[in-house]
Design a protein around this ligand. Structure first.
Ligand code: NAD
Length: 307
């Protein structure tokens, strides 16, 4: 069967979902970018707005899309790229998943929330539509357990790296139920159309890159505490001064989002034991920062203030 990806649904418009939709726009593939309607802000409540008003406004507004399209250096103009991304809200637009050839889930790193979403997706998608998760390391098999055979045959992990427009790596994680032709197609599509370098991974906690990367970061933080080093010192010796402009430890955490990082560390913590469990238990100061919503760039304050 000849497959084609003419249109994609990206579910979750946070750090990664918006970046993936923008990358798709850069290669000329239109997408439907869906999310839940966020709670009302105190200012919106004071104005008497309801969640319904907000849902309608979200669906119609293109301002956010134009803003994210402007970030992308690519052959298309911002206006052209914005026209490739259509925003919607999950509740009203779920049926529109029938319009697309690939559905990519990019919501919060939580197994049960992702399972609830996939159950709904299974009910509305066209048979044969590829569905993937951008999870950083939750079991792909566990996410699709109990869903239809057709869903499981077309389901796999497609793990993009942040920011998707710059980082070429894509981990692809099939399960034993994923059809071979789906995996082969997605690998070729990712390389030839999305311009990615693909590494196929086993469905083990945090796959390969995050299994190593999360470990490295947590060991770095623990050494920093023991040695009494500062955040600035650690970033100086892990980043630009060593010729690695994008890899400074805490700057990277700010880009990733501390809440997401803590969820990803938990993926291994939950299955580890002994010393390994202790390593994957982040120090209290990181949890306190997350509680205060010092999450990094997405909340304006992390280890650094957003510039
Ligand atoms: P984010 O917090 O920036 O965005 C998550 C989005 O999910 C939000 O827009 C939120 O409204 C939405 N959401 C939450 N609950 C939902 C629900 N029930 N239904 C629909 N949408 C819901 O998170 P992110 O950093 O974009 O991460 C998304 C996924 O990508 C996670 O699985 C994460 O592990 C993975 N990932 C993140 C990074 C990174 O650097 N941040 C890199 C690779 C993979």
């Amino acid at each position: 069967m000849t497959r084609q990806i003419r249109k994609v649904a990206v579910i979750g418009s946070g750090v990664m979902g918006s970046g993936i939709a923008a990358h798709l726009a850069n290669v000329g593939i239109p997408s439907l970018l869906l999310d839940i309607v966020p709670d009302l802000t105190p200012q919106e409540e004071a104005k008497g707005l309801t969640l319904e008003d907000k849902a309608v406004r979200n669906r119609l507004s293109t301002a956010a899309i134009q803003k994210l399209a402007k970030q992308k250096p690519a052959p298309l103009s911002s206006k052209e790229k914005a026209s490739y991304i259509e925003a919607g809200n999950l509740e009203d637009d779920l049926h529109r998943l029938q319009e697309v050839d690939w559905i990519i889930e990019v919501i919060v790193e939580n197994l049960s929330i992702k399972q609830q979403l996939f159950k709904k997706v299974d009910e509305v998608r066209k048979p044969g539509t590829i569905v993937s998760s951008n999870t950083s390391g939750i079991s792909i098999k566990a996410m699709s357990e109990g869903l239809s055979e057709d869903f499981q045959a077309h389901f796999l992990g497609t793990h993009f790296f942040n920011p998707p427009r710059y980082l070429k790596l894509l981990e692809i994680i099939p399960t034993e139920k994923t059809k071979d032709d789906v995996t082969t197609f997605m690998k070729a599509f990712a390389e030839e159309v999305l311009g990615k370098g693909v590494v196929e991974c086993k469905d083990t906690p945090n796959f390969i890159a995050n299994r190593i990367g999360t470990y490295g970061l947590l060991v770095t933080v623990n050494e920093m505490i023991k040695g009494g080093y500062s955040v600035g010192e650690v970033d100086s010796v892990t980043g630009p001064l060593l010729g690695r402009p994008k890899s400074a430890s805490f700057r990277t955490l700010d880009v990733v989002g501390l809440d997401t990082f803590l969820h990803v560390a938990k993926n291994v913590y939950d299955v580890a034991s002994g010393d390994e469990k202790a390593t994957f238990d982040p120090p209290p100061f990181m949890k306190e920062m997350a509680e205060k919503r010092w999450l990094g760039s997405k909340s304006g304050q992390g280890f650094y203030l957003k510039q």
